[in-house]
Design a protein around this ligand. Structure first.
Ligand SMILES: [Zn+2]
Length: 350
């Protein structure tokens, strides 16, 4: 079995450090305590009671993605134009090596459209640089994690300084050494844990941001939980047999909401729109995750998944935002909002 074929959820965890891990596919990281989690029913800056974040992991084939990287890179132009035309913003978490290889024009395209660019690590798969028997941040100690974080941030900062405020580690796999490194470079937010878990119901962390507590240590960064269940890969791309748990989770979500589970762009749009309605109804936040490399995989189910899946979602977010039914923001904006809100809400508590 090659590394790419190994299950993402079965490899050794916490080989280094005591805390962390995956927050998807029925897995739960160890030692996580949400510290000062924001309450639902918050009023956001435009008066809306719900906030929706659109986040992208920009990773080409630096990960286990199998789409056409050249097409993915070309697509960012029209994705960014669409986002801008619809009057919303998004957060792009970019792999450092990819930022270096494709250069300033690639990253500036995202920044020029008013979006946020954050880091998705310098190496997507650490094994390609360090140890072919290991993959995740949780399998390395302080030194490798520090390098992953520092170089990941620098790759983008040298294109435009003052850009990076947040970090999402590859596969969302973290340990205390990765958090230590993120804190040391002075970032404001992280986004690693899952909102909900339909494999093990009740296991998620909820949609609202908090400060990460790992064991006894409370970090300063704002943790923004994301959708690790009904994201693009588990709905559209995951193999029904090899990745059963992921597909089952997306199916279980649909069953819980009484909607049809169709692994097509139209089916994915329906799931994402349902997630938005849930958030509006619950007066909460919801953070979407999309990997544009997955939208350029070959499939008989679509001609162009960017047009058929992503664009209808962006248009819908634009409409709801215009009507002030939701606040669409970047992770950085939400982190700032959290800090202000939590300060004014309870000045006596640290
Ligand atoms: Zn990734």
């Amino acid at each position: 079995m090659t590394k790419q074929q190994k299950s993402l959820v079965e490899q050794g965890r916490n080989m280094m450090g005591k805390y962390g891990g995956f927050s998807f596919g029925g897995q739960q990281p160890s030692g996580v305590n949400p510290y000062r989690q924001m309450a639902v029913c918050t009023t956001f800056p435009n008066g809306a009671k719900s906030a929706i974040l659109l986040t992208f992991d920009v990773e080409g084939c630096y990960s286990n993605g199998v789409g056409d990287e050249a097409k993915e890179v070309a697509n960012y132009k029209r994705i960014c134009e669409k986002i801008q035309r619809c009057g919303i913003t998004a957060t792009f978490c970019v792999v450092g090596q990819m930022a270096e290889d494709y250069g300033p024009e690639f990253v500036n395209r995202m920044l020029d459209s008013g979006c946020e660019v954050a880091s998705h690590g310098y190496w997507h798969d650490l094994d390609r640089a360090f140890d072919e028997d290991k993959i995740y941040a949780g399998q390395y100690g302080p030194e490798v994690n520090a390098e992953q974080v520092k170089r990941g941030v620098e790759a983008i900062e040298k294109i435009k300084s003052g850009t990076v405020n947040g970090f999402r580690l590859p596969y969302g796999y973290f340990n205390e050494f990765s958090y230590q490194a993120i804190e040391e470079v002075g970032l404001k937010w992280t986004s690693h844990v899952g909102i909900d878990d339909f494999v093990v119901p009740g296991q998620g962390y909820g949609p609202m941001p908090f400060r990460m507590q790992l064991g006894a240590k409370i970090y300063d960064m704002v943790e923004i939980p994301m959708d690790s269940q009904t994201y693009d890969w588990s709905v559209l791309v995951a193999d029904e047999k090899a990745n059963t748990t992921f597909v089952d989770a997306a199916r279980a979500y649909c069953e819980s909401r009484g909607i049809e589970f169709n692994r097509t762009p139209a089916g994915a749009v329906r799931i994402w729109k349902q997630r938005i309605s849930d958030a509006i109804e619950q007066q909460s936040i919801f953070t979407f995750l999309c990997h544009p490399i997955n939208l350029v995989t070959e499939s008989e189910k679509w001609d162009d998944a960017v047009e058929e899946f992503l664009f209808p979602v962006i248009e819908y977010l634009g409409q709801l935002y215009q009507q002030d039914k939701i606040w669409v923001c970047t992770c950085n904006e939400l982190a700032d909002f959290y800090k202000t809100e939590m300060k004014s809400e309870n000045t006596n508590v640290q």
